[in-house]
Design a protein around this ligand. Structure first.
Ligand SMILES: Cc1ncc(COP(=O)(O)O)c(C=O)c1O
Length: 394
């Protein structure tokens, strides 16, 4: 895209989202889009029905800027049964335009110029721009591949903390690696937050997408973390409605919520009112809904891994979320972007180049990421197409 001399410094160095870029490449070529993380199947019919009914109701004007009361109530109840804390809807919850705005409003409300924000790398690509727009400086701590998992080195994490650390971002389950942080790992992070008086920004949109019996734990529920954590979430992944753009930030400290609300109010005022009302209904689904969601994803994950295994990819088994970060087979490319374009153009299946998840593109050179929120029929097509890779393997 062309640049303008009018462009502000704060955005001048942002590259366009590589993930959305790969979606455009894919759509031009008619491939299977395994780049961007959105489902190709329908959301729950009851949720769509609730949205239609809400449009016939009296919800056409602005909702309360902190979020429709019924939705904040539903979020509070769900956070209690699933995450173990009971926020007060009026004091602790802010409904936003997706998890994307939740993180942006959180950083704008809490991160000051000169503050450092620790981010585990590879990372979801929004965190870098979120931190920089807020005037903060990202400090990256590697998640390294150790056997069949991605791990951080506690000593390396400790040395990333300083007097300037304002917050650490924890994404669990993690995009792009599928890592689910264990309670022990969260405790290491919590101890450092407490020692250095830092906040935790816990981004948890995949909290219900878990495999092989792995459990989700929110860092906010660890001793001493309730008052220093902002938990961010959204309907995008749990209810398969990435286009509805509804998310939220929960901070059990009222002052922290006030800061987030000040930013949110002037950013967007609020998310679409009728959809907020519909989502309030979705959040009262019985717990079986979440079990079924996880078992449907388990089938998609298992099939994706078997396809990748057959095609010669060397991956780390995801424990949660709906992505797999993987080394790629030798087809004559040693560059993630070139390999991704080869996949899109020649194989008809498009991943994201690993560079999308690293501050230094070179660090992602050996990886690509596949997103698998797909119907099993779509994955069958992927299996067929991926067979062609064997013709190119060295
Ligand atoms: C880790 C993570 N956080 C936040 C988001 C943003 O989600 P939303 O659609 O709610 O803005 C995504 C979307 O892919 C994500 O993967």
């Amino acid at each position: 895209m062309a640049d303008s001399s009018y462009s502000a410094d704060r955005v001048r160095h942002f590259t366009e989202s590589i993930i959305r870029d790969m979606t455009r490449v894919n759509n031009n070529l008619g491939g299977v889009n395994m780049a961007q993380g959105f489902p190709d199947f329908d959301p729950p019919a009851a949720l769509v029905k609730a949205a239609k009914e809400a449009l016939d109701g009296d919800f056409h004007q602005y909702a309360n800027t902190w979020g429709a009361a019924s939705l904040r109530q539903a979020i509070a109840e769900k956070f209690e049964w699933y995450n173990g804390l009971r926020p007060e809807p009026d004091k602790h919850i802010t409904v936003t335009c997706g998890g994307t705005e939740a993180m942006m409003a959180t950083m704008l409300g809490l991160v000051e110029p000169g503050d450092e924000v620790i981010i585990f790398e590879p990372f979801y690509e929004n965190y870098g721009p979120d931190t920089r727009i807020s005037g903060g400086r990202p400090v990256f701590v590697p998640l390294k591949r150790v056997g069949d998992s991605f791990r951080f080195d506690p000593e390396q994490l400790r040395s990333a903390f300083s007097r300037d650390t304002k917050a650490i971002v924890i994404t669990t389950p993690h995009n792009p690696t599928g890592k689910v942080y264990s309670e022990e790992e969260l405790q290491v992070i919590a101890d450092l937050c407490i020692e250095f008086d830092a906040l935790a920004f816990a981004d948890e949109p995949y909290e219900h997408i878990l495999y092989d019996g792995v459990r989700h734990k929110s860092i906010a529920s660890l001793p001493g973390m309730e008052g220093r954590t902002v938990t961010l979430n959204s309907v995008s992944k749990t209810y398969s409605v990435t286009g509805w753009r509804i998310g939220w930030a929960i901070a059990m400290d009222e002052g922290i919520t006030t800061a987030i609300r000040r930013a949110h109010d002037f950013l967007t005022v609020g998310a679409a009112h009728p959809l907020q009302v519909a989502v309030a209904e979705g959040m009262t689904f019985p717990q079986t809904y979440y079990h079924e969601l996880a078992s449907a994803y388990q089938a998609r994950r298992d099939m994706t891994l078997s396809i990748l295994g057959e095609a010669g990819f060397d991956f780390v088994t995801p424990e949660g979320a709906y992505y797999v970060m993987t080394d790629y087979p030798d087809c004559g490319y040693d560059d993630d972007l070139e390999f991704s374009l080869f996949m899109a153009e020649t194989i008809g299946v498009t991943p994201v180049p690993g560079r999308a998840f690293y501050h230094d593109p070179d660090m992602g050179r050996q990886y690509v990421r596949f997103a698998f929120p797909k119907k099993l029929e779509t994955l069958e097509i992927v299996r067929e197409r991926m067979r062609k890779i064997s013709e190119f393997r060295k």
